[in-house]
Design a protein around this ligand. Structure first.
Ligand SMILES: Cc1ncc(COP(=O)(O)O)c(C=O)c1O
Length: 382
């Protein structure tokens, strides 16, 4: 088991995450509570929008600061970051923006969140690409399995860094190294990792990444980070609106020249409160320090895994080093048919987990406590 990792003494849990006063919330892989910092950013925006007329110029400058923050957070250059509506939109930028040829192959997993499945099914139907799905065995994949599936026609490998149903973490760095050496593109859905697992897009040789803020980033839904490697900016055809062009504010000019950086993917007005809130939560995570967040989540999930096994619940999530995440998927000794009832009973006891793809799923974040895990274990039927 991981040793206990304490929260910094200056971190005031109930002030930063008021949710802890009412709930043992262990469902960050779904829609997480927003941090107090994100809440304050939204309230400040609302106050300004209601009272101070429109401060669009000021807010859009703040958005550029968040862009820089997001770039630093994932090891990208600022000109590689666009804001998207959600994870799916970022993935759709790739699926609909690349110039596909009949017979191109896309590799994804058979257990992916629909965001990482339907765009390739759509391309198979409409552009006659070949969509190959990797099968999961006991909640795991191997890197060798990914590499062995590649053929000379493989154009794109599309993976969720962390699989939503099992919590399995792909070795993106190894897969990225391989793909780059063969000229294969790597597209990563990072919504289940960003905010808990360190990600460096350049070191990991990721070409495209998308992640909304409403899970491990502790921000609201509807404001996502989309990364496109600098060399590929012109390889993706954007959806075009008024804002993708260089003189976007010169409304009468109609000079259709796309911006040279990733802002070329932003076709219209931003979700200002969402992006400002996202920035506030990223700052909070940096203040606490991401390595500490990662170690603490590892300690909490390790403890949870251990206590579930003691209670004869079957843990599906891999315990192997580098395959773990913030997600623990497990099964009741009475089988999946009781999972619905278990989730409802827990909610009555003010403990939130969920069920996905026939498994129970708990996903604690760094501000949860070992007592929260004990509460869950004590409340689970024996
Ligand atoms: C792996 C994965 N991708 C994407 C999403 C959600 O995507 P979006 O931000 O487009 O709503 C989820 C949500 O559960 C997810 O688990």
């Amino acid at each position: 088991m991981e040793p206990t990792v304490d929260l910094p003494s200056e971190f005031k849990r109930a002030a930063e995450f008021p949710v802890v006063q009412s709930w043992a919330f262990l469902n960050h892989a779904a829609v997480a509570p927003i941090s107090r910092a994100a809440h304050d950013a939204i309230v400040e925006f609302a106050e300004q929008a209601a009272n101070d007329a429109y401060l669009t110029g000021k807010w859009y400058k703040q958005i550029e600061t968040v862009r820089e923050l997001a770039a630093n957070f994932i090891g990208a250059h600022i000109d590689e970051i666009a804001f998207a509506k959600n994870t799916s939109e970022g993935i759709a930028f790739v699926a609909s923006g690349l110039d596909w040829h009949r017979g191109d192959q896309v590799i994804s997993t058979a257990v992916g969140y629909p965001t990482m499945v339907y765009p390739w099914m759509d391309l198979a139907a409409r552009a006659r690409i070949e969509h190959v799905e990797l099968r999961e065995t006991d909640g795991r994949f191997t890197t060798e399995q990914v590499l062995a599936t590649v053929t000379p026609r493989t154009r794109l490998v599309a993976l969720s860094h962390v699989e939503f149903g099992s919590g399995f973490r792909h070795d993106i760095a190894a897969i990225g190294r391989f793909c780059r050496s063969r000229g294969i593109l790597l597209c990563v859905d990072a919504i289940q990792s960003l905010g808990v697992i360190p990600v460096n897009v350049h070191e990991m040789n990721i070409d495209f990444l998308s992640a909304d803020g409403h899970k491990w980033l502790l921000a609201p839904e509807g404001a996502a980070i989309f990364y496109c490697r600098r060399e590929l900016l012109t390889a993706l055809r954007p959806e075009v609106g008024w804002m993708n062009v260089i003189n976007a504010n010169d409304f009468g000019a109609h000079n259709f020249t796309l911006k040279s950086d990733a802002r070329r993917f932003e076709c219209g007005s931003h979700n200002v409160p969402g992006i400002l809130a996202l920035g506030a939560s990223i700052r909070l995570l940096q203040r606490v320090s991401l390595p500490l967040v990662y170690r603490r989540v590892a300690a909490l999930t390790d403890y949870l895994r251990h206590r579930l096994s003691e209670k004869k619940y079957r843990v599906i999530s891999s315990a192997r080093q580098n395959e773990t995440s913030g997600i623990i998927a497990f099964e009741s000794p009475y089988g999946p048919t009781v999972h619905d009832a278990v989730v409802r009973e827990l909610e009555e006891k003010r403990i939130i987990i969920t069920q996905r793809v026939g498994r129970l799923r708990a996903s604690p974040h760094f501000y949860n406590t070992f007592e929260d895990i004990d509460r869950l274990i004590d409340a689970l039927p024996t």
